[in-house]
Design a binder for this molecule. Structure first.
Ligand code: ME8
Length: 501
């Protein structure tokens, strides 16, 4: 089966920060996990390069919008290998191939009769690049997200006839209760729709840095239309000479944070219908990473630099920390102190030490060969059905809960070491079969658990699976390997961290 997962495409008005890395790493967890399940995965990320936020930032910096876009898109792209992200393509909306597809699709929307001319009057946030309805205004006509004064705008626009899709959208949400997850975000989308849909501005006469409308070159396309369409257009040119649209559309999973819910959960399905395309299968909305109490963002300036974090802790630790500390779907605070504490107690002690101990004991007591033995009944129950449970959680993008499922096994295996005390069994080899059994169960439990952890800890899981003599990355149940394989010791997976100089 195919599995198409996307991240939002990020604005290039500034450099990437950990908030962007967070969504991209989350999509990577899902992509890697689905590949382990043998799915035909396509994973898209990229940059959103048109619109007022970029135009304004470029003006402030005295460069052209394209220059700014080139510079910052490169930074977003450079971040990907650093956080071990395995995207299949990186789309940039200033790519002429994207523009060509957008023009084609929007012309279809126009030809199908879903566009009208009108006058827009109301509040506009230049940083969201969004017109705000009365319901969305912060105190004193400010933007609730950016905490800046909104601009009063009046202009001749083309409008997308969103209101015509009212009933169809209501029906979509009735028929597909998990179209938007988690439920709280679904309810938000439904409430927005039920509140009555208004037509939305599709073009702006004042905008310079945007795509011309195919049927009216005096107006530039409102950036959100060009941006949303990236999920479809990319499939048309990601592979030279090949159109992947049939193979991957509709997308299986759009990931994003909650501030762009309305665009994806309300406007996007309607736009796709207007263009004779199917809506995506599902979207999962996550919360904000907070530093202190505020959302990390470029404009508020309280940013944790992912490059620095990785320098000190490695990318596995960053991925692990983000999905462990903050319950995926909710807002949550992160801190350097939090990183260090989880790194030491969970990665270095719980997991790293378990791995070192198991490999060392098999090495010392059985010359590096995992004994062939049976599954210990006391472990059976804890491992029973874990692959299915874990997979179901990730089908619903429950990244934190899935990680906790795997971590329960890490803790269980540590308890098993304490309960069985293999070093005592090894002292006098009165019962060599029991020692065989314990070592087999430890190696097997560690193999099964590490396979689950591959998407979260790709580097260390790979290294450890190599040391455990496991070549496959397919998910496995306890006992599916008979033992008999050669293992090797590895240096500590999560070495003690030195305080910064
Ligand atoms: O909205 N915590 O781009 P953007 C968690 N171009 N996630 C965060 C975050 C934080 N503190 N900060 C950013 C746009 N993100 C549009 C999207 S899609 C067709 C167009 C992540 O650069 C999160 O995924 O503002 C959020 O939705 C996205 O970055 C916004 O990125």
């Amino acid at each position: 089966m195919s599995y198409y997962v996307t991240t939002p495409i990020y604005y290039v008005n500034a450099e990437p920060h950990l908030g962007h890395a967070y969504s991209t790493m989350a999509a990577d967890v899902l992509a890697r996990h689905m590949r382990q399940r043998g799915e035909d995965v396509f994973f898209l990320t990229g940059t959103d390069e048109h619109g007022e936020p970029i135009e304004n930032a470029a003006e402030r910096e005295g460069v052209t919008p394209q220059e700014l876009a080139d510079r910052n898109a490169a930074k977003f792209e450079e971040l990907l290998p650093i956080i071990d992200v395995t995207n299949d393509f990186f789309i940039r909306t200033s790519d002429p191939r994207h523009a060509e597809k957008v023009a084609e699709i929007m012309q279809r929307v126009y030809d199908n009769g879903w566009v009208t001319k009108g006058t827009y009057e109301g509040w506009y946030c230049p940083r969201c690049a969004d017109f705000k309805t009365e319901r969305e205004l912060g105190p004193g006509n400010t933007c609730p997200i950016h905490e800046i004064a909104l601009e009063q705008e009046r202009e001749e626009n083309w409008f997308f006839r969103l209101s015509a899709f009212q009933e169809r959208l209501e029906k979509l949400y009735e028929e597909r209760p998990d179209f938007v997850i988690p439920e709280v975000r679904r309810n938000e989308a439904v409430a927005f729709i039920k509140g009555g849909l208004e037509d939305v501005s599709l073009s702006r006469p004042k905008l310079k840095w945007g795509m011309p409308l195919p049927w009216d070159s005096d107006q530039r396309m409102y950036v959100w239309f060009d941006a949303l369409l990236n999920y479809v257009t990319a499939l048309g040119f990601a592979r030279e000479g090949e159109d992947l649209t049939e193979r991957y559309w509709p997308a299986d999973m759009h990931l994003m944070a909650k501030e762009i819910l309305k665009f994806h959960a309300v406007i996007w399905p309607a736009l796709l219908w207007a263009a004779d395309l199917e809506p995506p299968k599902r979207m999962a909305i996550h919360g904000f990473l907070l530093m202190g109490e505020k959302k990390m963002s470029k404009s508020l300036g309280n940013v944790l630099d992912p490059f620095e974090v990785i320098d000190r802790f490695g990318s596995d630790a960053l991925r692990f920390y983000c999905f462990r500390e903050v319950s995926f779907g909710q807002d949550g605070s992160i801190s350097t102190a939090g990183f260090e504490s989880r790194y030491e107690t969970e990665l270095a002690n719980d997991f790293g030490n378990l791995a070192s101990r198991v490999l060392a004991m098999v090495d010392r007591y059985r010359a590096g060969v995992v004994p062939k033995a049976a599954i210990d009944a006391v472990l059976e129950e804890d491992f029973e059905g874990v692959v299915e449970r874990f997979s179901e959680l990730l089908d619903r993008a429950e990244l934190t809960q899935a990680l906790e499922e795997a971590w329960k096994l890490v803790r269980r295996l540590n308890r098993y070491v304490e309960e069985t005390k293999p070093w005592e069994l090894a002292k006098d080899e009165a019962d060599p079969e029991r020692l065989d059994e314990v070592l087999y169960n430890l190696a097997e439990g560690l193999r099964v658990t590490t396979l689950l952890l591959v998407p979260y800890l790709p580097r260390s899981a790979d290294q450890l699976l190599g040391a455990l003599g496991e070549e496959s990355r397919a998910l496995a149940e306890l006992g599916s390997h008979p033992g008999g394989q050669k293992v090797e010791r590895v240096p500590p997976l999560f070495p003690k961290i030195e305080p910064p100089a």
